[in-house]
Write a protein that binds this ligand. Sequence first.
Ligand code: HEC
Ligand code: HEC
Length: 267
Amino acid sequence: MYEAWHVVADVNPPVGDHPLWRTQTANQRSGGITWRCVSCHGWDYKGAEGAFGEGRPGYTGFPGVIQTVGLPEGELRAWLDGTRNPDHNFSAYLDAASTRNLIAFLRTRLINTDLLIDPKTGISLGSADRGGGLYAASCADCHGDEGADLNFGTANSPVFIGDLAVNDPWRFLHKTRFGQANTSMPAGENLGWSLQDFADVLAYSQSLPLGNPAAGLTDPGPIFNLEEQGSSVPLVLGAIVILVTVFGGVWVAGLEARAGDPERPSH
Ligand code: HEC
Ligand code: HEC
């Protein structure tokens, strides 16, 4: 839900930009994507204090949510139903169960990603040797031994799991822990993985061949083009098709935006 609550809750996305999105000008994205928690708060949950910092593609200036770990449920509910800020009101879209799940995620599942990923270089602090075994057992069936069986980019500009691991390790970590909305990808958290396991599989994935060595990633990850999607019914197939189409386009934009970005993690 943090990645794409409207996809998970199977509700039609709001039309236009989120009202808070309009309070900033740094990030020119628009439409459904501006309603996703991750667009404003980041894959590392640190908002402008983290990988979506000033000068980075995901920058908005908005705060993170990492400080909400352990807060009483009522306090978080007050943030999601507009009590704390009328422009931060998701109650029209999220039913009681969805809201509870999202609150539980915030209170109990956020971690400081600096424990697993060097925040400056993006390099995993885990062990690639150990990660290789985990990758072979849990990821290779779908992503392939070389990570090239699933292409998140286009034929001309491929984005493999190795590219993601290098260019956006925080997104990689979040998705490996929680899966990807409406795909068959399993969530490591449901398989009982430790944080060490996630760091290790990330370290190994960062050593996989790159489909697009020159590229950097844009924010904030695969885009379900909600404006075009209209209805959220044909989700799984629709999302994958749209994702490939749209992400391909954004990828090119990202190449331009990030050309010469000295902060881009590389190794
Ligand atoms: C368009 C940007 C935007 C989106 C989308 C967004 N938020 Fe926020 N969020 C903010 C801003 C800005 C604040 C701080 C607002 C304030 O101080 O009044 C905030 C504050 C919060 C806080 C309070 C943080 C604290 O320090 O106590 C929580 C929790 C939170 N958001 C969770 C979420 C969740 C969960 C979602 C997805 C359902 C979400 N937000 C979507 C911009 C956004
Ligand atoms: C059952 C098949 C399956 C398995 C097993 C699987 N994945 Fe995936 N994974 C997918 C699918 C499907 C997608 C979405 C593909 C797309 O977006 O085009 C995906 C997407 C991802 C993404 C997100 C890409 C993005 O655009 O953000 C990451 C990261 C990822 N997988 C990592 C892993 C890792 C690490 C493992 C092993 C721990 C793993 N996957 C195991 C099927 C799988």
